[in-house]
Design a protein around this ligand. Sequence first.
Ligand SMILES: C[S@@+](CC[C@H](N)C(=O)[O-])C[C@H]1O[C@@H](n2cnc3c(N)ncnc32)[C@H](O)[C@@H]1O
Length: 239
Amino acid sequence: MDVPQTVTVALEDRPVDGATCLEAGAGVGNATAGLLANGARRVYAITNDGDHATMVRERIGRAEADRTAVIEADLTNTPLAADSVDLITAHALFNVLPPSALSAVVEELTRVAAPGCHLVIDDYEPLPEDAAVSDLFAVQNAAAEIAAGRPAMTFYPSAVLRRLFAGYGWAFERERTLLDPVPWTASHVEAHANAARSRATELTVELGDPLIAEVDRLVDAIGSESAGTMYSVVMRRLD
Ligand SMILES: C[S@@+](CC[C@H](N)C(=O)[O-])C[C@H]1O[C@@H](n2cnc3c(N)ncnc32)[C@H](O)[C@@H]1O
């Protein structure tokens, strides 16, 4: 299984070997692949998206099925026991969590974390104001806000997440930069454009069509762009 460089760098100073791990927000399972490659005893890969769960199961295949449990659940209410996890990864999770979900997710991650648990949060700093991709994300958020009442993406500063977890009894251990700048490739741009178009089609034609036209214009104007930074923060749960 290929492990992206960002995951490799984020995990290289963590004691994964023999650990019980949780990939919070499994997506395509990049962190799960990294945890398995680094010798995790067991990985719980949790996502609330059934298609993602299927993708992760296919990615790990039979060879790693014994060490991995892919669980479709909400991170505010997981089937994991209290104090049961040695290491948690939140690799690109927080940017898809709306502010309204933050405290419930942090509470649940704290509940399942064993004393001394390592938490690796890898995410994006808010983009510079002149980043062209910000305009695309703004339209994606506008469509999501109107259709579902919450943003599609929120870039939380590392300092904010550090203080939030500190308030739940976690101690800061280290921070490093994973990407500077972040390469938003043409396929990333197209994926965000498609997500925005999909949300816009849920709206009335009067609201949705202008948003779709703006998405199309922005995709042509942006192409690809390198902007912003991705950080990796480690916190430890105090005993
Ligand atoms: C961008 S992906 C994460 C990428 C992944 N960690 C990786 O390294 O490949 C975000 C994931 O978090 C999941 N997610 C978002 N909110 C969630 C919630 N409240 N409960 C469970 N999963 C959630 C999404 O369904 C998606 O699978």
